[in-house]
Design a protein around this ligand. Structure first.
Ligand SMILES: [Zn+2]
Length: 100
């Protein structure tokens, strides 16, 4: 389970986290990583901590989500779970091949 936390202004902390195989946000029920999580600004330091964490998560998500009727293909999973990296189609494909 990812350790990323999201604190709403003035309210209690809400954990926008998710686990497989559904990969829906525990807090808002949207496809995860959800818009609230993706809205958190990522600077170089945060990206450095996100990359290893989300590489593991993306590998699991590809296994969980591929082959589902109407589900995302591995390249779409890579783009979704590594949203904080500016990836070309080529790069997303290469990562999907490495992680499957
Ligand atoms: Zn959420």
């Amino acid at each position: 389970m990812p350790a990323t936390r999201w604190r709403t202004r003035g309210g209690p902390p809400v954990a926008h986290t998710a686990t497989g195989p559904s990969w829906r946000c525990d807090a808002c029920g949207q496809d995860w990583p959800c818009p609230a999580l993706r809205a958190i600004p990522t600077d170089a330091a945060r990206r450095a901590t996100l990359i290893p964490e989300f590489s593991r998560i993306t590998r699991r998500a590809i296994r969980d989500l591929r082959g589902r009727p109407g589900g995302p293909d591995p390249v779409a999973v890579v783009r979704r779970f590594l949203w904080f990296l500016p990836l070309t189609d080529e790069e997303a494909r290469a990562i999907a091949l490495r992680l499957r």
